[in-house]
Each structure stands twice: as structure tokens, then as C-alpha cells.
Write a protein that binds this ligand. Structure first.
Ligand code: NAD
Length: 317
């Protein structure tokens, strides 16, 4: 998986750049930092509210600060020519409890990042989300399909997505919003109900692995190395100012996921059904044809391989 990223680094010629990764001490941001640090000056702006200092790779500079703070942001952005905007309040539940805080971090700070990018004439690749679609009318869901987000998190990600595109149309800024589906992989924080990391923790602890509702709901799980590849492609594409779905293009039921996690971790944990989550989205699957055609994005890691790798990394097999 890492070899693929090495190849892509060579193909996309991302070198000698000054790169800022907001949220770069977190799960996805730290993998982007890792892919770029050898050939570029990489800075990370992160308040460490969800990420960790030790996730920032050696050679990258951590600016421990708040993306909502104009001074912290200006200092981190100074001289940057490429920005990956990953910092966010990432919990949907927390966004429901505190929509104003979510709006400040996920929407307002995005406008601040885009404004600073105008100053620096920097390209911005932004972390949007499948949450913009709400309950899809049909799957797989394509970029032009209806968007009815069901949470403040989804609403603010849709605002981010719109701002990114309009900053391109109105001001000529090079922006690429990427709508991530369910990302999983090493260093994911199980606190935010990320189902893969929760199932791994439960399997590790001997179970039970808890499936919400009937388990027939489906999700598109995409490995973080594929998401990094999408980001590197977005950093150099000519197709700026339009959004791209970033998923695996396949979906599995949550029950299938639970069974695979139990199998790859060699666990004897039971799978138990608990109450459904209110408002849970029934089906989610990305149509990745636009990213495939425009960016040359090809998801490479199968769910089974990705889960096996995680189990190996955690010494569970
Ligand atoms: P994460 O929590 O691991 O990373 C987010 C990082 O942002 C953390 O390191 C956190 O400390 C930092 N941060 C939060 N508030 C900040 C602030 N005010 N100032 C500076 N830093 C701040 O989460 P992740 O899964 O790596 O998510 C990265 C991005 O991808 C987010 O924008 C998230 O909404 C988006 N996304 C993730 C998924 C997924 O499945 N993981 C799916 C769709 C979209």
C-alpha cells in the first residue's frame, strides 16, 4: 500500500512545495503528511484536540494551534503553495449537540482558510464528506445527486464544498473538494464511532462486537492509502473547482463488516445486535466514475486486505 503511494509521488511530481496540512496530526492528515514529507516542506496546523503529536511524521513542522484563530492560521499559511484542509469537528453526534461549534470549525474556518489561500495563491484540497448527501435516493451516489444533509456536520461540509467551488468560480482559486466516504486504516480514533475502529477494539477486548439495528445497512469503506492517493491526484489535477467522491465504489453490510473483523482478528467475540441509531443512513456507496475519469483515481485496497493489514499491525493475527 505504501509502495503505491511512493509510485504516485513520483508520477505526480509533488516535490519542492511548501505544504500546509490542517488537522495533520489526525488520522487522514497524518497519512497525507507522511506521503509528502520526504520531498516537500510540510507543516501541520493542529490543535491536538483529536490528533496526537506523535502522528506527525519526523521532518514535518507542527504548529500547535487553532484553525479558527486568525493569527495561528496566518502563521501556518505563510508561504504555503498547497493546502490540504482536514481539520474539523469530526463527530456527527457532537455536531448535533453543539451546532455552533461545528459551524465555526467546519464552515467559518474553511472560509478563513480559503481567504488565506487567496493571499498566498495556494491550491486547496478540502475534506468534504459523503454526509452532504444525507439519505441517498439511490446508490451508488454520484456528485450531482440530491444533497439533503441530516446533521449540522453534513450541512457544514456541504457549505465547505460549495465555498470551495465558488472560490474557484469567483476568485480563480484552485480548489478541489473531496467527498470522503467511510475511511478506515491505521491511527483511526475509535472515539468518533468510526465503525471499523470500534469493531477492532471490541474484537480485541473479546467482544461482543455490537451491530446497531439489523446490520443490513450498507457502507462504502475506503482505505486511507486510497484517500491519500486521491489527495495527491487532486493536488496536481487540471480539473479544479469541482467535487469528487472518494470511496471504494463498493459497499458491504455492517453485519458483513462485523463478521470479517471477527475473522481477520482471529477473535471468538460474539456479534450482538443493539438498538438502531436514530436517523442512521440505510445505504451508502460512492459512484467514483468522475474521480476515475478526471483524476485517474483507482481504489486499490480491498476491504478484506485492508482489514487484514490492520489486524497484523495490531498484532491480532
Ligand atoms: P481526525 O479527528 O483524526 O482528524 C482531524 C484533526 O483535526 C485532528 O487531528 C484534530 O486535532 C484537528 N482539529 C480539530 N479541530 C481543530 C481546530 N480547531 N484547529 C486545528 N486542528 C483541529 O479525523 P479524520 O478522520 O482524519 O478526518 C479528517 C477530515 O476528513 C475531517 O475534515 C473529516 O470531517 C473528514 N472526513 C473523514 C471521514 C472518515 O471516515 N474518517 C469521512 C468523511 C470526511
Amino acid at each position: 500500500m505504501d509502495e503505491d503511494i511512493d509510485d504516485l509521488r513520483a508520477e505526480t511530481d509533488l516535490s519542492g512545495r511548501t505544504v500546509l496540512i490542517t488537522g495533520g496530526a489526525g488520522f487522514i492528515g497524518s497519512h497525507i503528511a507522511e506521503a509528502l514529507v520526504a520531498d516537500n516542506e510540510v507543516r501541520v496546523l493542529d490543535d491536538l484536540s483529536g490528533g496526537a503529536r506523535e502522528h506527525v511524521p519526523a521532518g514535518a513542522r507542527l504548529v500547535a494551534g487553532d484553525v479558527c484563530d486568525p493569527d495561528d492560521l496566518a502563521a501556518a499559511m505563510d508561504g504555503a503553495d498547497l493546502v490540504f484542509h482536514e481539520a474539523a469537528l469530526v463527530s456527527v453526534e457532537e455536531s448535533v449537540e453543539n451546532p455552533a461549534a461545528c459551524h465555526r470549525i467546519n464552515a467559518s474556518a474553511t472560509v478563513d482558510v480559503l481567504e488565506e489561500a487567496r493571499e498566498q495563491d495556494a491550491r486547496v484540497v478540502l475534506a468534504s464528506s459523503a454526509a452532504v448527501y444525507g439519505h441517498p435516493e439511490e446508490v451508488p451516489v454520484a456528485e450531482g445527486d440530491p444533497k439533503e444533509p441530516t446533521s449540522p456536520y453534513g450541512i457544514d461540509k456541504l457549505a465547505l464544498d460549495h465555498y470551495a467551488r465558488r472560490y474557484h468560480d469567483l476568485y480563480g482559486l484552485e480548489t478541489v473538494p473531496l467527498r470522503y466516504f467511510n475511511v478506515y486504516g491505521p491511527r483511526q480514533n475509535p472515539e468518533y464511532s468510526a465503525v471499523v475502529s470500534v469493531f477492532f477494539r471490541q474484537a480485541r477486548e473479546g467482544g461482543p462486537v455490537t451491530v446497531e439495528g439489523d446490520g443490513e445497512q450498507t457502507r462504502d469503506f475506503v482505505h486511507v492509502s486510497d484517500v491519500v492517493r486521491a489527495n495527491l491526484l487532486a493536488a496536481t489535477t487540471d480539473r479544479v473547482g469541482e467535487p469528487f467522491n472518494v470511496g471504494s465504489g463498493r459497499s458491504v453490510t455492517i453485519t458483513e463488516l462485523a463478521e470479517t473483523v471477527v475473522e481477520v482478528t482471529d477473535s471468538d467475540a460474539d456479534i450482538e445486535h443493539v438498538d438502531p441509531r436514530p436517523g442512521d443512513i440505510r445505504h451508502s456507496e460512492a459512484d467514483v466514475s468522475r474521480a476515475r475519469e478526471a483524476l485517474g483515481y483507482e481504489p486499490r485496497v480491498s476491504l478484506e486486505d485492508g482489514l487484514r493489514e490492520l489486524a497484523d499491525a495490531q498484532g491480532l493475527r
